[in-house]
Design a protein around this ligand. Structure first.
Ligand SMILES: NC(=O)c1ccc[n+]([C@@H]2O[C@H](COP(=O)([O-])OP(=O)(O)OC[C@H]3O[C@@H](n4cnc5c(N)ncnc54)[C@H](OP(=O)(O)O)[C@@H]3O)[C@@H](O)[C@H]2O)c1
Length: 232
């Protein structure tokens, strides 16, 4: 059975992915920010004792991510799929390109981009030919979408996810034997986006369906939940 690593697994889309992967019998490493698992993850741990490993991994701390990589190597010998799901989104109501707050841009860049690249580096020793790396992006990263929808709000978050897309392309060029993609989950009802259109369960199911169909030719792509190419 393949082994998955999912970051930001305590709640939201990450927890939904872990739930469905465990139900499908996969081995899952749930990487979480805090030292204590969430209630949802604890419940899963009590029913899937041999399949689930819970490890702390705070993307805001290079030391935490490094320690995560070391602990991971003690638990498992290879990673088939890394889902870089952990992320933050801060969109001040009045945010426009003319009043952006450097602190808010920096915080999101640190977690969504630098955190993701640190995790990928930490997991790299366990990659093999064919390992899939999925970076959870956003429609707000798409320059074409933002232009066509004339979206002015969400600039700082969009900047971080657009940078994540560029990281994805560079990772695809670097990890030549792996399949590296960015996926836009659409809008999903979670703490991050209570108004989201789809459910976590629906999003997780579609994302895992896309993951299962990924081929080496897909590397470097930005994909929708249907597996079609999204405009950059
Ligand atoms: N929901 C949407 O509509 C939507 C749309 C487009 C893209 N996305 C992306 O989808 C991903 C998941 O979002 P979500 O909707 O599930 O959000 P969520 O419910 O807010 O969950 C975010 C997860 O990321 C974790 N996280 C935050 N900071 C972290 C850090 N420093 N280190 C490790 N983990 C950290 C959180 O951990 P804690 O529980 O410990 O805080 C939580 O588990 C994100 O990358 C997000 O940008 C979501």
């Amino acid at each position: 059975m393949p082994t998955y690593v999912v970051t930001g697994a305590a709640r939201g889309i990450g927890l939904g992915l872990v739930t469905q992967l465990l139900d499908a019998g996969q081995t899952v490493v749930a990487a979480i920010r805090s030292a204590t698992p969430s209630e949802g993850l604890s419940k899963l741990a009590s029913t899937h004792t041999s399949q689930l490993f819970i490890l702390q991994c705070d993307l805001a701390s290079a030391d935490s991510v490094k320690a995560f990589g070391q602990e991971l190597a003690k638990k498992i010998s290879s990673v088939d799929v890394l889902i870089n799901n952990a992320g933050i989104c801060t969109i001040p109501e009045d945010e426009t390109p003319s009043n952006l707050q450097p602190r808010i841009i920096t915080e999101q860049f640190n977690i969504n981009v630098i955190g993701t690249l640190l995790v990928t580096d930490a997991v790299e020793p366990l990659f093999h030919a064919g390992t899939k790396i999925i970076n959870i992006s956003s429609f707000m990263a798409s320059m074409e979408t933002v232009l066509s929808m004339a979206m002015e709000n969400g600039t700082s978050y969009g900047i971080s996810k657009a940078a994540l897309n560029m990281l994805t392309v560079n990772q695809a060029l670097h990890y030549t034997e792996c399949i590296v993609v960015a996926i836009d989950p659409g809008t999903v009802a979670t703490d991050m986006n209570p108004e989201g259109e789809s459910t976590v369960a629906d999003c997780a199911a579609k994302m895992l369906a896309v993951e299962s169909r990924l081929k080496i030719e897909d590397t470097g792509s930005f994909l929708s939940l249907e597996g079609t190419k999204r405009p950059w």
